[in-house]
Design a protein around this ligand. Sequence first.
Ligand code: ADP
Ligand code: GLC
Length: 496
Amino acid sequence: MNNNSHKVLFACSEIAPLIKTGGLADVCASLPMALRRANTDIKIALPGYKAVLEQIDDINFICMLDLPLGAVAICQCSIDDTDLLLICHPVFSNRAGNPYMSDDDRGWPDNPMRFALFSQAVTELSVNPVYLNWTPDLVHCHDWQTGLVPALLALHNPRPATVFTIHNLAYQGNIMHNHYAELGLPAALFHANGVEFWGQASYIKGGIAYADRVNTVSPRYAEEIQTDAFGNGLDGLLRSRQARVSGILNGIDIDEWNPATDTHLPANYSTKDLSGKQKNKAELQKRMGLPISPNTLLFGVISRLAEQKGIDVIVDAIENSDTLNYQLVVLGSGETDLQNRLNTLQQEHPEHVAVSIGFDESLSRLIEAGSDVFMMPSRYEPCGLNQLYSLRYGTLPLVTRVGGLVDTVTDYNNNNQDEANGFMIDETSPEALTDGINRALALYADKKTWKKLQQNGMASQFSWDISASLYLQLYNAAIGDAALANEQIRHAKLSS
Ligand code: ADP
Ligand code: GLC
């Protein structure tokens, strides 16, 4: 390890493949690996969920931490040669289900306590070297679940630098003020410039207000969240911190997501020989109970079933159409109302629509590989990974003109076949989506141009290496900011 390398504690609430509800888990698995390749000394902190502990054989107890919200055990294991610190407490280790919800899809009522406890543990490990014999220069936090960490660290001097990455501004971790007080969280942070948000306490606001640097996962979303339309009430604060807010596009793990080697696929393929893609299409149609039809355009969707993703608009568009001359495969889990609407659609159009409700990694790979078009009519999209996986798998994305989708997809417009890699619609509406579907159907008849667009997508460079170097620049800036803040506070204390 280079002596000049930074020590970074990376704090997150999910990490693939151990525990995953969405793209956050993919990023928190692959970004640390890219940072390590760039010589960063990195440790990852994750709650010790039941599902995670069940998957790890070799785990070492490090120490106990006595925190205001309870005693936690810190355990350590190694994943891909990186230290993973598991923050263990019964509120994590005794629960089945995903990180935030029970198996019957109900959010754990004590989530504010659980992630405050996690944040207290991360804070303590960051400022007190006795436990790990290692002190981070910087703590990198992700989303509301870790938003309290920069706020809690601001109460320490000296403290490490902090970077807060917003993956989704709509999920904020807001709680009533009396709940905040009952949890014994610091009153000193509860004010208009701190975690206070319209009388409530907001965990994500803690991250945005106190981190040395704030970033989000695409340049376009970094601009959007500073507007009223996409700011979720935090656009004013984000504008006031404009000089510290930036966007870094997510990368993908190009070894993990590679159609030439993906072991989940019945047939592998590459840009040079796309024939395997047809075999995956046939297998997908068979597995989902659709007619096996090589020349019918097949749209794929893999998604959290949430308002963000525009799934309702997909259902509306199909319900409004007179004839269906394409197939649609949907894999998703989430809101019950959307599940019901999708199931009804499948019953009404069994020859054209196939739905699988649940979280299924293997089927998701087959959909990426076997579909012709990946449909993603999101209302907003901080980055989006599925369109990146689709590009890599030769599946043309059909996306809305928002967020990271703008930064990664180039709309086909009849005379840009050397650059285009997909289709873009201007808004999340049934009419706009129908228009996009029709444009895809029209181009599908032109096999040569279609193949060119597939090849453009497959040649796109979305590896993490470029983004990781931008994160290193951000880390340097944050470390400079923190050094200044530590010095100013030390002087103020000396002279008072
Ligand atoms: P978001 O994080 O907003 O859900 P992304 O496009 O960034 O959206 O990432 C979604 C990730 O989660 C992708 O890796 C996608 O394949 C995966 N995913 C979403 N829903 C499912 C599901 N039902 N089964 C398997 N994988 C899923
Ligand atoms: C969030 C966003 C998604 C992004 C992912 C990873 O879940 O909704 O757009 O790709 O985080 O950063």
